[in-house]
Design a protein around this ligand. Structure first.
Ligand code: AG3
Length: 278
């Protein structure tokens, strides 16, 4: 291991950074939509960065990808058609195709370069993209949901932060379109940032989702390379309840998700619970 003093720093807010010591920059490009970097870090393996923000690392990616996928997929009794918006690295798809009920998993990613970079530098994250049930659409997720009404059992919004290409994915109009692209018992989950630094956003998104869907539920997971490490996901459902309708685990070999973690993830500290009060 070469001794270097090279660091990748994400400016998470104007008061907060995370620094990861790196051995080298593996890849750097400006795509049609954003800057895309891949670094080799000393602590977390390869690191994918979009527009300066940590997207995923080899070592901790399993937490996010298992929790954005297995919580909604174990809330639905029979998920067959699943859509991922964003998520071009393929990590959520890899978890989705572990479910034997799934017949079709569509990936609607706006930036095809993210998919290619993941296949090249994160093969274990991108591995699920080769599954024959996967349909990769390099397209605007908003347009995709508009064009596919009533088709999906589960939709996952695996977006970047609400800046740049992802802004439209945090809007009430978009949640209405997601509602419309779901079947009558469908449900969806969006990644909704950190309860420490994005309170305003979480409050807004929660109330928007609760105004569109009969049920809204917030849950948490612990992801060391994201701002503050405490991360939220917000679920909107037409019918099923994530705790009362939870299905027995259908996948094995997970490193974060278990039946108990599923239950526990919805137990919120009061300062987070407060963000869900209307
Ligand atoms: N999508 C959510 C990343 C948000 C992280 N934010 C940040 N670092 N400021 C991750 C994509 C993984 N499939």
């Amino acid at each position: 291991m070469p001794k270097t003093d090279l660091w990748f720093t994400e400016l998470q807010t104007d008061k907060l950074t995370i620094g990861l010591r790196i051995n080298r920059t593996i890849h750097r490009e400006v795509t049609e939509f954003q800057t895309l970097d891949v670094f080799e870090t000393q602590q977390y393996g390869n690191l994918l960065v979009l527009d300066g923000c940590v997207m995923t690392t080899d070592k901790d990616e399993f937490v996010y990808h298992e929790m954005i996928s297995h919580v909604p997929l174990h809330t639905h009794p029979n998920p067959k058609n699943v859509l991922v918006i964003g998520g071009g690295d393929g990590g959520a798809i890899r978890e989705i195709v572990k479910h034997p009920t799934v017949e079709r998993a569509v990936l609607a990613e706006i930036d095809g370069r993210v998919i290619e970079a993941s296949k090249q530098y994160f093969p274990q994250i991108a591995s699920g993209l080769a599954d024959p049930r996967v349909d990769i659409q390099v397209t605007d997720g908003i347009q995709y949901v508009k064009d596919h009404k009533g088709e999906f059992d589960v939709v996952l919004v695996d977006s970047t932060d609400p800046v740049g290409p992802a802004v439209g994915l945090f809007a009430r109009d978009f949640y209405q379109m997601v509602f419309d692209c779901l079947k009558e018992d469908g449900l969806f989950v969006a990644q909704t940032e950190s309860p420490w630094v994005n309170q305003g956003l979480i409050r807004q998104v929660y109330s928007d989702i609760a105004s569109v869907f009969p049920q809204a539920h917030l849950y948490l997971a612990y992801i060391p390379t994201y701002p503050t490490g405490m991360w939220s996901f917000t679920m909107g459902t037409k019918q099923y309840h994530p705790l009362r309708d939870r299905q027995p685990a259908r996948v094995s070999g997970t490193k974060y998700y278990t039946e108990e973690i599923h239950q526990a993830a919805f137990v919120l500290p009061p300062f987070v619970q407060e963000l869900t009060r209307q």
